[in-house]
Design a protein around this ligand. Structure first.
Ligand SMILES: [Zn+2]
Length: 197
């Protein structure tokens, strides 16, 4: 990838389970349908192997099919990560995301499994690689309060994980929870960069 000229656009990205990523302009990026299909096929292949008798021919065949299914999911995930990262790098000078290691510690424990399942770390390393080649920046920010803070006025609006909408009783800001988080991530990143510069 070649260095790209600046375009005066930045974004925060909230990495999620419902949507793979949500941008601070409200755009939501979902895993393509075939990706979920490939994941389901992988689970079926895993069950088949565990049902078959060790040392049997049928098990050997099932193991081969499982290896193929793994490869398909891996390839499709990589392809999706590359395309998504490329679009983000083209459209933004700077991309802010939550520090996943910190997020893993401060947020709920279910996320630990989700982080590896969704492949966010793999995605972020692809994103950083492309950004470096293109002369663009990817910056990790502290994830504390990114979901709970109102992106409109800054007050804390506590909500459990199941609450998917952010509605602020103070200023009336009303938007999807992940969109609100992405805006907070962008703001936190800009503040951090401002403090460093
Ligand atoms: Zn508010």
């Amino acid at each position: 990838m070649q260095p790209l000229p600046p375009i005066g656009q930045e974004t925060g990205i909230d990495l999620g389970i419902e949507a793979f990523a949500t941008l601070s302009n409200g755009t939501r990026i979902f895993h393509p349908g075939w990706y979920r299909k490939a994941e389901r096929a992988l689970k079926t292949a895993q069950r088949r192997v565990s049902r078959r008798k060790k040392g049997s021919n049928r098990r050997r065949k099932a193991v081969n099919l499982l290896a193929k299914a793994h490869q398909t999911v891996r390839r499709q995930r990589q392809d999706f990560h590359h395309k998504t990262a490329l679009a983000l790098v083209r459209e933004n000078d700077t991309i802010y995301h939550e520090d996943l290691q910190v997020r893993n510690m401060v947020k709920n424990h279910h996320l630990a499994k989700s982080i590896s399942d969704a492949g966010w770390s793999a995605f972020l390393s692809i994103l950083s690689g492309k950004a470096a080649c293109a002369g663009r920046s990817v910056i990790a920010v502290n994830p504390a309060f990114t979901s709970q803070t109102c992106s409109g006025c800054g007050v804390l609006v506590s909500k459990g994980l199941s609450v998917r909408w952010h509605a602020c009783p103070d200023c009336g800001t009303s938007l999807h929870r992940d969109h609100n988080a992405a805006k907070n991530i962008e703001r936190a990143g800009q503040a951090r960069r401002g403090a460093v510069a």
